[in-house]
Each structure stands twice: as structure tokens, then as C-alpha cells.
Design a protein around this ligand. Structure first.
Ligand SMILES: Cc1cc2nc3c(=O)[nH]c(=O)nc-3n(C[C@H](O)[C@H](O)[C@H](O)COP(=O)(O)OP(=O)(O)OC[C@H]3O[C@@H](n4cnc5c(N)ncnc54)[C@H](O)[C@@H]3O)c2cc1C
Length: 436
């Protein structure tokens, strides 16, 4: 069992994402002993995952070792461990490195891809929520371009060269823009034998417009940018089925493709043992205004997995990094207040606005008073993402990569480090067919 070395109450933080690291940083030099657990020993800057997936950036430019973030923080320890169960009455958790006791528990486990129960789509399509998934996606894209080279006819090349991105939120828009840029600027250099017109990029969205969460101007401009870049934007249509070779849409349209990328939904990563009646829509954990899990005394949750339900926020907050960061900071202050026997203060979200990039010189930005699109929005997007990266090294590496790509139109090494091989289905009885 992981022992506490301190006389102070022990806070166990599950997850070193945006929320977890902000919380732990703000507990520096406070009368609390912090133990962070994460499946990985690094923090992932998810907003730039799509650039890793499309070969623009290497994985280590958007990841940062968790231990280094807390260099010199004496009340902080980190262990690589997956938490498998919470025992609220015993005040312990089960992990892959054994049982760990806590005085305060903070669940900051983020979210995972939601396939809405469609097992076939889950098996055959590619999600993009983590660095291993982004690297799988990069390998799959490059392997399929290599396969296309080997096919003797246009018809046989088609499924390798059709790319379908499902979900027109910021991730889907950014990914389809990046794949379109790969086609427009890179394909003829790396694969001169392939005809650019044979490679198609589709963005499929169930709602009437892309970037539904942003302003009407941002949605309309993003769609216009995508179309200018040659992306086929299909709105108002859901995916019905995908069998690894052909995707079927609810309107009956089919597209022959080996490349389906799923960015159509997320759900909270809830650990077994969290009180069942606190789990609400989207697999999120309901909390009070202090981020305390409903029905518990000393279990808190922040970030994507948390839903702070109050009269003002009946559905909780959006699953974005600033919410996780602000909740982490506020909860750190509240935990210190708690040990000092002072009253806690409720969480209030300060929404600075939102943005998404579509491609070179093309982005959309919605701030409180200002909405703008195009080149200046793109510069703003790049600036905000650069300053938000965790370390100075990563900021410099990403900046140099971006400058290089801007001038050469050919950034990134596009290495297939390890081949992506989809697990064979030995028994596909559990994967429902389209007509089911
Ligand atoms: C592709 C993509 C693009 C995005 N773009 C943007 C953007 O442009 N702007 C924006 O604001 N937001 C963006 N987001 C959303 C943003 O990344 C999330 O809102 C944010 O990461 C949530 O922070 P978090 O701390 O709740 O969880 P995360 O940052 O997801 O961290 C959760 C951590 O918990 C760990 N973990 C999970 N379960 C366990 C377990 N059982 N045991 C141990 N460890 C565990 C994980 O390994 C992970 O490190 C994007 C997300 C994605 C996927």
C-alpha cells in the first residue's frame, strides 16, 4: 500500500490532465500531502492531437512529463497507476499498484470517445483522444496512402483515398481541414504517382451546421473555408453503419472507405464505485457548486467528467480545457479553506470565448465582444495555443515546426513508427449488423 510520508491530510488526485495539474500546482506549499495517479507519466495537450495524427507535429511536442511539471514541489508525489475502483466508505481506491487510502479524493479523469453504443462503428473507426490513438491514426492514414499506391485501378484505390470524419465539432473541423491540407500540399510531393483528385475528404455532421457550439458567423465561415479547401461537408445526416470497408449514412448514401475517424461525441470516464445516483447524462458525475460529488463528503471531481449542477448551470459546463483549469484552481483553494476550517466558495466559470482552426490562414474566433474569422483569427488561434502549451521547450518546438510548415508547405516527418494493425474479430456476433 502506498504510504503517506506526511502529517498533513492526503489528497489523492486521479488524472494529470488540465484539471489535475492545475489543482496540484495550486496546492504547492499548502498543508496537504498530494499524490497524483495517472495511467501515463505525461500530460497531453489534447487541442493539438490532430496535428500529431496528421503528421504535422511529433508526439513529444504536445506531451510533457508529469514529474517535471512538479519539480521541487515538496508535498507532491506521482505514481503511474490506473485506478480501477473507489471505496467511499473505506476511503481507499484500488489501483494497478495496490490499494491507496485518501482523506480527500479528486476525480479528474476527463472524458473518452462516445460511440453511442454502436459496436461496429467503435471497432472499425478511429478515435482520437490520446497520444497512442493519434499515433495509430497517423499510421493508418500513411499506411492507406501506401496501399493506394499498390492498387492497379481507380476503383480499387478509392477506399484507401476516401477519408470520412464523423462529427462537425472543433475536432472534426480541424481534422478534416488538416487532412485536406495533406491532400492539397503534400500528396503530390510524397506520392507523385497518386492523383490528388482521387483523394476525397468528407465531414459528416448530424446537425444542420458544423461548429454548432460557436456563433452562426463562425459556423458559416468554417463551412465556407472547408468547402474552399475541397472538403465535402455533409450536414443533417447521421452515420448508420460502418463495416471497415463502407460507411452507410442514415439517408442511404454509402462511401467506400478504409478511413473513418470518429469525433462525434465524448462521455465522462467514470470509475467504478462512484455513487450511481450521481452519474448523469453523458456519463458525467454530478457535483454541488464546490465540485463535491453528490452524496459524498470528501470526494470531488473536476474537468470533463464533472457536471457542476446549479440553478445557473442546469446541464453543467462545457467539456473544454478552461473549465477544467478554473475548477482545478478553485478546488485547490477550497481544499485549503476546508483544512483551515473556513467556508468554501462556489465555482463560477469565466468563459473567455472559443475558437477553431480550419487550416492555413483560416480560423474562427468568438470572444465576448468580438467575432472574427480568417488570417487574424488564425494568428490568434496559434498564439493562444502556443502560450497554453505546458513547457518552454514544447512552445519552441511547436513554434519552429509551424514556421517551417508555413514556408515550406511540407512540415512534419510523417514517419510510420509502428504499424497500425486493427485487431481481428474472431467472433463478430457481438457486433450488430446495420439492419439490426
Ligand atoms: C482532440 C481534442 C481537441 C480538443 N481541443 C480543445 C480546444 O481546442 N480547446 C479546449 O478548451 N479544449 C479542447 N479539448 C478538450 C480538452 O482537452 C478537455 O476539456 C480537457 O483535456 C479536460 O481536462 P481534464 O483534466 O478533465 O481531463 P484530461 O485532460 O482528459 O485528463 C484526464 C487524465 O486522467 C487520466 N486518467 C483517466 N482515467 C484514469 C484512471 N482510471 N486511472 C488513472 N488515470 C486516469 C488520463 O490518462 C488523463 O491524463 C479537446 C479535446 C480533444 C480530445
Amino acid at each position: 500500500m502506498e504510504k503517506s510520508r506526511s502529517k498533513f491530510p492526503k489528497v489523492v488526485v486521479i488524472g494529470g490532465g488540465f484539471g489535475g495539474i492545475e489543482l496540484a500546482k495550486h496546492l504547492k506549499d499548502k498543508p496537504l500531502d498530494v499524490l497524483m495517479l495517472d495511467k501515463h507519466n505525461y500530460h497531453t495537450f489534447q487541442p493539438l492531437l490532430y496535428q500529431v495524427a496528421t503528421g504535422g507535429l511529433e508526439a513529444d511536442s504536445i506531451a510533457f512529463p508529469l514529474r517535471k511539471i512538479f519539480d521541487g514541489q515538496k508535498n507532491f508525489r506521482f505514481r503511474i497507476a490506473e485506478v480501477t475502483k473507489i471505496h467511499p466508505i473505506k476511503q481507499t481506491i484500488d489501483t494497478t499498484i495496490g490499494e491507496i487510502p485518501y482523506d480527500y479524493l479528486v476525480i479528474a479523469t476527463g472524458s473518452t470517445t462516445n460511440f453511442f453504443g454502436n459496436k461496429r462503428v467503435e471497432h472499425f473507426s478511429m478515435p482520437m483522444k490520446s497520444i497512442p490513438e493519434a499515433l495509430n491514426l497517423r499510421s493508418m492514414i500513411l499506411q492507406n496512402l501506401e496501399e493506394a499506391l499498390l492498387q492497379p485501378s481507380r476503383e480499387l484505390r478509392e477506399p484507401y483515398l476516401n477519408f470520412v470524419i464523423v462529427g462537425g465539432g472543433p475536432t472534426g473541423v480541424e481534422l478534416s481541414g488538416a487532412i485536406a491540407e495533406l491532400r492539397n500540399h503534400i500528396l503530390h510531393k510524397d506520392y507523385p504517382e497518386l492523383n490528388k483528385d482521387e483523394m476525397q475528404v468528407y465531414l459528416v455532421e448530424g446537425l444542420p451546421k458544423v461548429l454548432q457550439v460557436m456563433s452562426p458567423q463562425a459556423s458559416a465561415k468554417a463551412e465556407e473555408f472547408l468547402k474552399d479547401m475541397g472538403v465535402k461537408v455533409l450536414t443533417n445526416v447521421n452515420v448508420k453503419d460502418y463495416d471497415g470497408k463502407q460507411i452507410t449514412l442514415a439517408n442511404g448514401k454509402t462511401i467506400s472507405t478504409h478511413n473513418v475517424i470518429w469525433s462525434a461525441g465524448v462521455q465522462g470516464q467514470v470509475i467504478e464505485g462512484v455513487p450511481k445516483d450521481s452519474i448523469i447524462r453523458g456519463n458525467r458525475i454530478q457535483t454541488d457548486e464546490f465540485n463535491r460529488v453528490k452524496g459524498t463528503e470528501n470526494i470531488y471531481t473536476i474537468g470533463d467528467v464533472a457536471a457542476v449542477i446549479t440553478g445557473e448551470t442546469p446541464k453543467g459546463h462545457p467539456g473544454v480545457a478552461p473549465v477544467a483549469i478554473q475548477q482545478g484552481k478553485q478546488l485547490a483553494k477550497n481544499l485549503v479553506r476546508l483544512v483551515n476550517n473556513e467556508p468554501m466558495q462556489p465555482f463560477k466559470y469565466f468563459d473567455k470565448g472559443s475558437m477553431a482552426t480550419v487550416g492555413r490562414n483560416k480560423a474562427v474566433v468568438d470572444l465576448h465582444k468580438f467575432r472574427f474569422q480568417g488570417f487574424f483569427a488564425w494568428l490568434t488561434w496559434m498564439f493562444v495555443h502556443l502560450i497554453s502549451l505546458i513547457s518552454f521547450r514544447n512552445k519552441v518546438v511547436v513554434f519552429i515546426n509551424w514556421i517551417g510548415s508555413y514556408f515550406s508547405y511540407n512540415g512534419g516527418a510523417r514517419l510510420i513508427i509502428r504499424k497500425f494493425i486493427r485487431e481481428e474479430i474472431v467472433n463478430d456476433e457481438h457486433l450488430p449488423k446495420a439492419e439490426d
